[in-house]
Design a protein. Structure first.
Length: 674
């Protein structure tokens, strides 16, 4: 049978199956080619665009004394006098990098000053690039040196080795030589292969993300073309500003893919467990918003030119953990001293070291501490949009409203301000309290079930152990929920009251045992008297009307008002106020009036605390922003559904906010603190 079958298959008259195999394989290849055709077309656009950009050779200029040069310098000392000079000193081993210069031969021109104080050994400089090296003694006056760089992969790198010297006096630096400027001129029209490769990889990651969230191939390609075209335009007009950020954007896109799988699984399971339905179109929009927000926020926080205000202080504390100095963070110390931080004379307050414990393992793996903290902060902030979506959906049962709420959060200027500030523990605290709030909304009537209650207590403890002030806000809010339910007369459903109060007590017993106990004595002896004195001084002081958070209660209110208007915008505040009324009248949302009242009360209560006791450093304003987004989304969804031109009004408002956020994020990335 086998032989006959073999002969039968190989005989000429009956070879149809073999003839059909080729069309089948060809059809599969054709179908696959059609599926990835948009990506192939994107790559062709990139190839043509890069060829056109590099067809006219352009010189890359770098002012080494400028703060913008820091992203291109390795082993150099900080710019002299905060950027007021035109030079920066190298160390013993340093390097200059110019990404995207070109793949052909290059000529680098730099100005070097070989002057040194009397009695110091003359400078001996070794320049290395492209496998070759040159050793010379620079002249003692600023002189231009031209260096030939052989063809490479596209990024110019010049390594310097200098015999260092130590200046006189208290300056303990080991200085090399001062460099003033660097210009790299390509001698050919070859595009930078590194830049080309990174851009093609970025396009592939963005396109495949669109396909993973359910977009059609050509739609994903069209949407990917927008950032690709913007990057190509940037490489043409401001090359160094774009090429230095390509790798961070690729990293952001890779993390986006890594987060998508577990994020979708967890959110889908949560929605299914609590019987919350989401249409496929809304689901795609939700993860599309998540992807865009993560690319913008995470890519921005990893962008080499951003200067995050508090990064250096928090980076130092992570190093303390790595160096075995955790006790300086754990026990009452200057890190937990209130003083000028909140505008009072003294006192200690628990400043949880949890953020540093979370960040330290990443540093131990060799990841840059600053970039790691910036990246974690961005991921936490973007994930808050998903939590807002769940809260809005669970309380209103309106999918479009929930989608608008999460979009509005990413269109607020406030999150971008917090990211650029770099107060990472505050970010962690806000995230933890929003997780706890989401959990409370989803499990409102069954908090006393054993498993639910266990997770509830854990989340309450997380709130107070991430950032104490934010944790107090959350506990106050949850306590008000229990109080309002008691006043409401919820005798048939006492679980919410007992669940909140007993949960807070157990969580504080745990937090007190592992952390708060050491602050009990010092708070009674120092903190409480300082707070009472501050309150008395503010009550007796003059009622100044300046915009200052600490001069007087009235000036504090003025400062808070200005901040709210700057970082939430007048228009969104007005829409949000109207939406607050809507939350109490909407048939579905008004069932949750206890949550809305407790949440809004935190803003009112701690605004008074900020004015009359101690400056909250704007924390209570951050806390209220998710509620503002939900309230504003209620108005937007109502306009969209009931008003003839409502959707156009919503779209116009979103575009206006997008333009404002783009301008503000550009300011934080490239202007502020430079």
């Amino acid at each position: 049978m086998i032989q006959e079958d073999t002969q039968h298959q190989t005989s000429a008259p009956t070879s149809a199956p073999q003839r059909q195999a080729k069309p089948l394989a060809f059809g599969m290849i054709t179908a696959y080619a059609r599926a990835i055709a948009p990506l192939l077309l994107l790559w062709i656009v990139i190839l043509l665009g890069m060829a056109l950009i590099y067809w006219q050779p352009a010189t890359s200029q770098l002012d080494i004394g400028s703060s913008y040069a820091r992203a291109h310098l390795v082993g150099f000392f900080a710019d002299e006098a905060q950027g007021s000079t035109t030079y920066a000193y190298s160390g013993a081993q340093s390097a200059l990098t110019v990404p995207g210069a070109g793949s052909g031969a290059l000529v680098a021109t730099t100005r070097i000053n070989g002057w040194r104080p009397d009695g110091v050994e003359p400078a001996q400089v070794t320049l290395s690039a492209g496998g070759g090296s040159l050793q010379f003694s620079p002249l003692t006056t600023p002189t231009l040196y031209h260096i030939f760089l052989p063809p490479g992969v596209g990024d110019a790198r010049i390594d310097l080795s200098v015999n260092p010297y130590q200046p006189a006096g208290a300056d303990l630096r080991s200085l090399g030589i001062p460099l003033e400027q660097l210009a790299v001129r390509p001698l050919s029209r070859q595009p930078a292969r590194t830049t080309l490769g990174w851009l093609m990889l970025l396009a592939a990651l963005l396109w495949t993300y669109g396909r993973r969230i359910g977009l059609a191939p050509w739609l994903a390609g069209g949407l990917t073309l927008v950032p690709v075209a913007a990057i190509l335009l940037g490489i043409w007009r401001v090359r160094l500003l774009l090429t230095v950020g390509l790798v961070p954007w690729v990293i952001a896109a890779l993390l986006l893919h890594l987060l998508l799988g577990p994020g979708r699984w967890l959110l889908a399971r949560t929605l299914q467990r609590h019987r919350l339905e989401v249409a496929p179109l809304v689901w795609r929009w939700l993860w599309g918003i998540f992807g865009v927000a993560l690319l913008i926020k995470l890519g921005g926080m990893l962008y080499p030119h951003i200067r995050v205000f508090d990064e250096a202080a928090h980076l130092l504390r992570v190093r303390w953990v790595l160096d075995g100095r955790f006790g300086e963070l754990y026990f009452p110390n200057y890190t937990s001293f209130m003083g000028a931080t909140v505008g009072i004379e003294g006192g200690y307050f628990p400043y949880s070291p949890l953020w540093y414990l979370v960040s330290a393992p990443f540093a131990a793996l060799g990841l840059p501490i600053g970039a790691t903290m910036n990246g974690l902060s961005a991921v936490l902030d973007v994930s808050k949009g998903l939590l807002i979506f769940v809260i809005a959906l669970a309380t209103t049962r309106r999918e479009r409203l929930a989608l608008l709420a999460t979009a509005l959060y990413h269109l607020l200027p406030m999150p971008y301000y917090l990211l650029s500030w770099g107060n990472y523990p505050t970010q962690l605290g806000l995230w933890a309290t929003l997780v706890a709030t989401t959990y409370l909304v989803l499990n409102y009537e069954r908090l006393l079930q054993r498993r639910v209650f266990g997770w509830w207590v854990a989340l309450l403890a997380l709130c107070i152990l991430t950032y104490t002030v934010i944790g107090i806000f959350a506990w106050t809010m949850f306590g008000l929920v229990a109080l309002l339910e008691a006043l409401r007369g919820r005798r048939r459903q006492p679980g919410i009251i007992r669940g909140v109060l007993v949960g807070i007590i157990i969580a504080e017993i745990f937090a007190f045992g592992i952390y708060h106990v050491q602050f009990a004595g010092v708070m009674l002896q120092s903190t409480l008297p300082s707070l009472l004195k501050s309150t008395q001084d503010k009550a007796d002081g003059p009622a100044t009307t300046t915009v200052d958070a600490r001069e007087s209660p009235l000036s504090n209110l003025n400062a808070n008002t200005v901040f709210m208007r700057n970082h939430a915008t007048d228009g969104l505040l007005l829409v949000g106020l109207i939406g607050m009324v809507g939350l109490y009248t909407d048939p579905a949302a008004r069932r949750w009036w206890v949550i809305w009242t407790a949440w809004l009360s935190i803003f009112v209560l701690y605004t008074l605390v900020s004015a009359f006791v101690a400056d909250m450093v704007l924390k209570h304003i951050f806390f209220i922003m998710p509620l503002l987004c939900i309230a504003a989304a209620l108005v937007a969804d109502t306009l969209w559904q009931r008003v003839k031109l409502g959707r156009w009004a919503v779209a116009a408002g979103a575009l206006a906010l997008l333009a404002l956020v783009a301008e503000r994020w550009h300011f934080y990335l490239l202007i502020k603190r430079h």
